[in-house]
Design a protein. Structure first.
Length: 120
């Protein structure tokens, strides 16, 4: 069964959580989503614990690609720090305090990645 996943990257729905079945083109879905987000100026953290799914991201400046559990952990800490910075910015300047670039986190094989992080 094929079902389209529509994410409005220009509207209000900015925090989609997409769950996919194993071996059902998850890499292709994440690549497509990442390309759309990059096209609209987002910075994307792509966490790829499988280490081989997204080699195309390694040379793009708008993507932070992490594969090792320690690197993934550090990337999530970076995201947390950036979110704190953005919340502070919004408190100082109001909800319309400037156009901050969109920040997204895409996780390849989320169950596997979370399991590795728990052991880390």
């Amino acid at each position: 069964m094929q079902v389209p996943v529509l994410v409005d990257v220009e509207g209000r729905a900015r925090r989609p959580w997409i769950t996919w079945f194993t071996d059902c083109a998850t890499t292709t879905a994440l690549r497509t989503l990442a390309a759309q987000l990059l096209h609209h100026g987002a910075h994307t953290y792509l966490l790829d614990s499988k280490r081989i799914s997204h080699p195309w991201t390694r040379t793009l400046p708008a993507i932070t690609h992490r594969a090792d559990p320690a690197e993934i952990h550090d990337a999530l800490l970076e995201v947390r720090a950036e979110m704190g910075r953005r919340i502070g910015h919004l408190h100082r300047h109001g909800c319309h305090g400037g156009d901050l670039p969109r920040l997204t986190v895409l996780i390849e094989a989320g169950h596997h990645t979370l399991h590795q992080l728990a052991r880390h």
